[in-house]
Design a protein around this ligand. Structure first.
Ligand code: MN
Length: 132
């Protein structure tokens, strides 16, 4: 079976490295983008099962990226998790209110993060398969 694809859109190199290390160790095929534009392109090209999307991106923030993803028929159904910062409280509520499936607050607890992603992938498996 092909590995499940996850796209991470995150501009902080240290965070990106940490997310990718954990997800790859879990056996996922990880695509990484450090800008909104690259991320949108990668979502269309690679058809990930799940997208982890940083809210604080330069230029175009995570909320704007989510709108673009939801506006496109090829990416509309992909579950998107907001990566919010502990320092930016309020982003969590806004993320859920604007259509993100869930959020993860940084800095992350690596163990909880692994469990969270695994459970989310399980939960969305039915709908994800159709888009594989
Ligand atoms: Mn950021």
């Amino acid at each position: 079976m092909a590995p499940e694809k996850i796209l991470v859109i995150e501009d902080n190199p240290a965070n990106m490295q940490l997310f990718c290390d954990i997800l790859r160790a879990e056996g996922y095929l990880v695509f990484q983008s450090s800008t909104a534009q690259e991320g949108l392109k990668s979502a269309l090209e690679n058809g990930p099962y799940l997208i982890l999307l940083d809210i604080q991106l330069p230029g175009m923030d995570g909320f704007a990226v989510l709108s673009e993803l939801k506006a496109h028929s090829l990416t509309r159904e992909i579950p998107v998790v907001a990566l919010t910062s502990y320092a930016m409280q309020g982003d969590e509520e806004r993320a859920l209110a604007t259509g993100f499936n869930a959020y993860i607050t940084k800095p992350i607890d690596t163990r909880a993060f692994r469990k969270f992603v695994r459970e989310l992938m399980e939960k969305h498996k039915g709908s994800l398969r159709k888009h594989a």
